[in-house]
Design a protein. Structure first.
Length: 383
């Protein structure tokens, strides 16, 4: 191959365009066939660094002195210039899994302070994922199981058709994820069907859940084409519950659940670059549960005169006002999804989400528990 070679420092006439030996990649390196290269002020310094003063180099003295070790004092160590170039992968080392000769052009910018004759693939282990913005719209099917000891001794079950929208920013080493989920459903109690119908016994739930996650790449597994991210998630769940007992005797209350927790996220890519799978787990560290007074059926101003609470001290205490449960939330959320891109910008995604939360009420006497299982199919847009 041919290259512009600097064998000594000097004027622009010094570099020579000549043949050089073809480089061979090490096990963890790649060779890039250069198609275009820029000439900038850094190349000017590299070509004539011996005659460049500290002022001309625009460097502090310490940086200038250290750079002399990298560039060479009397003769250039880097004989081939070029610190910003574009090209195509020509050869890959034996252990390189994330880059291949089938990849098209890639652009690389390197600050050539020290001698980098061959480019190590491990320094660019994220080039297979372009920086991108991904927006997804989902619709699906969900099943719920709920029990609130203070409200009723029964379990409540039901299904619904939830909606969700999410936004994901795919960075070089980070991920930003925002989502909003809406669901409206009616849960029937564990009483026999004829008793449910006769007593009109149900719970009407309206759920709005939002969350934001920040994740940073912790590990890469080139042999599996997978990456593991660690980070955190902050989320908020508003659950408006309308409890109906005998003959349309209804109560309204609002659960507000907020948490800040740890999140682990795994990404698995496939060879064709059009498919990707995700798995994540979220566990709260700091949590806060509030039953809002505005919609709480048990505050004194909203006591149903037809109901007799005299035999139930817990419900009598609950009437007196709202309650707050701080750091007594047991919550986890796990998601599994598979995305298939049909083109450069449009794809479909299949997603399964499992969420469970339990929080204590009234000095740890009672519990409110909820299990949500959601299956989605969505349209994915990549910007």
């Amino acid at each position: 191959m041919k290259a512009i070679v600097n064998t000594e420092y000097g004027t622009p006439d010094v570099p020579k365009f000549q043949k050089v030996e073809n480089p061979l990649p090490k096990m963890n390196e790649v060779i890039i066939r250069v198609h275009a290269v820029s000439v900038n002020y850094g190349d000017h310094i590299a070509r004539n660094f011996r005659n460049i003063s500290i002022k001309e180099s625009n460097m502090p003295f310490l940086f200038w002195f250290l750079a002399r070790f990298g560039f060479g004092f009397n003769h250039p160590k880097m004989k081939i210039s070029g610190n910003s170039f574009a090209g195509k992968i020509d050869t890959v080392g034996k252990v390189v899994k994330q880059l291949s000769v089938t990849m098209k052009y890639i652009a690389i910018i390197i600050l050539m302070i020290f001698n980098l004759e061959l480019i190590q693939a491990q320094d660019f282990d994220t080039f297979h994922l372009d920086k991108s913005h991904i927006v997804s719209f989902y619709a699906g099917f969900a099943k719920y199981i709920e029990r609130d000891d203070a409200m009723s001794p029964f379990k409540y079950r039901g299904h619904s058709l939830p909606l969700e929208i999410s936004y994901r920013y795919i960075g070089v080493n980070s991920r930003h994820i925002f989502y909003a989920n809406f669901d409206n459903l009616r849960l029937r109690s564990s009483l026999p069907t004829y008793e449910n119908d006769g007593l009109n016994h149900y719970v009407q739930n309206t759920n709005i859940q939002t969350g934001y996650s920040y994740l940073h790449r912790a590990f890469s597994l080139p042999e599996c084409q997978s990456d593991l991210f660690f980070g955190g998630e902050i989320n908020s769940l508003l659950n408006l519950r309308q409890h109906a007992y005998m003959y349309d005797n209804e109560f309204l209350m609002l659960d507000q659940i907020n948490s800040l927790g740890f999140k682990a996220h795994m990404e698995k890519r496939f060879a064709n670059k059009k498919q990707i799978a995700f798995a994540s787990l979220t566990i709260p560290i700091i949590s806060y549960v509030l039953m809002g007074e505005t919609y709480n059926a048990y505050v004194g101003s909203k006591i149903d005169p037809l109901m007799n609470y005299s035999d139930n001290m817990l419900l009598y205490l609950a009437k007196k006002g709202d309650f707050v449960s701080f750091n007594k939330l047991v919550y986890f959320k796990t998601d599994f999804s598979f995305t298939r891109f049909l083109g450069n910008h449009i794809g479909v995604e299949f997603k399964y989400s499992l969420r469970y939360y339990k929080f204590t009420q009234y000095q740890d006497i009672n519990y409110s528990k909820n299990l949500q299982s959601q299956l989605f199919i969505g349209i994915v847009g990549k910007l």
